[in-house]
Design a protein around this ligand. Structure first.
Ligand code: FES
Length: 166
């Protein structure tokens, strides 16, 4: 990793934005990367803006990886004011744009954030109820690992991303 990227990640980690659970979230997405063991959960709250349903705020919790935390911090700021469709149009390179180009071994860190965003915002096609993007707040533990070990309520989606080459 180059020195400039390391510096930007350090700066993002020194003051990460939007960390933590959101009790009144409208939508929650969780993803895991089986390759590195990283997990990330994203909470999203919408508001009405002149008749448009836009993202009011988003928060996240993550295990470990500094790059994923830095990207999630930037992404949760970037998606504010966007509709779900606009946010879903963002790719991992858009979400991590503030950091500059990521080295190949760190691209999957940004993809983890993109995956959490998709998990939170895309209508589910499996066991979850049709209104999964507008679920009621979920009772969760005090942190991500606690909440993952609890029985998940309908509407909470956990997606495991395929391992990526490092
Ligand atoms: Fe796997 Fe960053 S090292 S998400």
């Amino acid at each position: 990793m180059n020195a400039e990227l390391e510096k930007k990640i350090r700066e993002a980690l020194a003051n990460p934005q939007n960390v933590g659970e959101m009790a009144d979230a409208d939508s929650i997405g969780t993803v895991g990367n089986a390759g590195c063991g990283e997990m990330l959960r994203l909470w999203v709250k919408f508001k009405d803006d002149k008749g448009k349903r836009v993202i009011d705020k988003a928060t996240f919790q993550s295990f470990g990886c500094e790059t994923a935390i830095a990207v999630a911090s930037m992404a949760t700021e970037l998606i504010k004011g966007k509709t779900a469709e606009e946010a879903l149009a963002l790719k991992s390179e858009d979400l991590s744009g503030g950091l500059g180009p990521l080295p190949p071994m760190k691209i999957h860190c940004a993809e983890l954030v993109e995956g959490a965003l998709r998990s939170a915002l895309e209508p589910t096609t499996t066991a979850c109820p049709p209104a999964a993007t507008e679920v009621a707040p979920v009772a969760t533990g005090t942190n991500l690992i606690d909440s993952l070990s609890q029985e998940q309520k309908p509407g909470v989606k956990i997606t495991f991303l395929p391992p990526t080459a490092k």
